[in-house]
Design a protein around this ligand. Structure first.
Ligand SMILES: NC(=O)c1ccc[n+]([C@@H]2O[C@H](COP(=O)([O-])OP(=O)(O)OC[C@H]3O[C@@H](n4cnc5c(N)ncnc54)[C@H](OP(=O)(O)O)[C@@H]3O)[C@@H](O)[C@H]2O)c1
Length: 199
């Protein structure tokens, strides 16, 4: 298969690329690194990425920013960061990617544990992750040409504990290599509309 991993230079993305590259041709897309550059907040940039890469059998997204901050300090603008980046960035990767996926191909998006297991300062992440999970369940039933779509919902990564560990006391982390297996299942399996929880 020819697979594009958007965010393939990141903590999760690198592990996903390492897993999938064992068996497939992987094109790595990133914001400032990778085989091809893309800004998921900009539809013209997404279109340019798909044009450069050509037809693919799978699109994997391991991207998305949200603002972490106390609930009473949140604003419309701060929520908008996550809505425009992690949520609509990934939704637009799907919408703009439809014509570029070969029949029977797949989309795999990324959400996260906070949709169901919230932490302090994480209201935007919880909101956006829940929306992504719901988008995947709903869009799966209307996908044309036998296309599939799933989402991976990871817990905090072991590799990210230095950066985020203080937010996640009491959570069990998962190594990136284990999280990457869920992406493999989504891309190489046959299921659709699934939320793969790696918790
Ligand atoms: N890390 C965790 O513990 C964890 C747990 C659960 C869920 N998640 C979710 O998993 C996703 C990835 O997290 P991560 O920790 O792997 O992130 P990361 O290490 O910061 O990597 C982010 C990746 O996204 C790319 N990127 C950043 N902004 C972009 C943009 N506007 N357009 C296109 N690509 C962009 C980066 O490219 P460059 O390298 O070129 O900048 C990089 O490849 C996020 O949605 C996060 O919420 C993470």
């Amino acid at each position: 298969m020819k697979i594009i991993v958007v965010g393939g230079t990141g903590t999760i993305g690198k592990a996903v690329v390492a897993e999938l590259a064992k068996r497939h041709t992987v094109v790595v897309a990133g914001f400032s690194h990778g085989d091809v550059k893309v800004d998921i907040k900009d539809n013209a940039s997404i279109d340019a990425m798909y044009k450069t890469v050509g037809k693919v059998d799978a699109v994997v997204s391991t991207v998305g920013k949200v603002h972490f901050g106390g609930f009473t300090e949140m604003t419309t603008e701060l929520y908008s960061i996550g809505l425009q980046d992690k949520l609509m960035g990934q939704v637009n990767l799907v919408l703009r990617g439809l014509p570029h996926l070969n029949e029977g191909g797949s989309f795999t998006l990324t959400s996260g544990i906070l949709s169901e297991d919230p932490i302090r300062f994480g209201s935007s992440a919880s909101m956006v992750n829940g929306a992504i999970d719901s988008f995947v369940k709903a869009s799966a039933i209307e996908m044309p040409r036998l296309l599939r779509i799933n989402v991976i919902s990871p817990t905090v990564l072991t590799e990210s504990m230095d950066a985020y560990g203080d937010y996640f006391h009491g959570f069990e982390s998962a190594p990136a290599a284990r999280v990457a297996l869920a992406y493999s299942k989504s891309v190489e399996g046959a299921q659709t509309g699934q939320i793969y929880k790696v918790w």
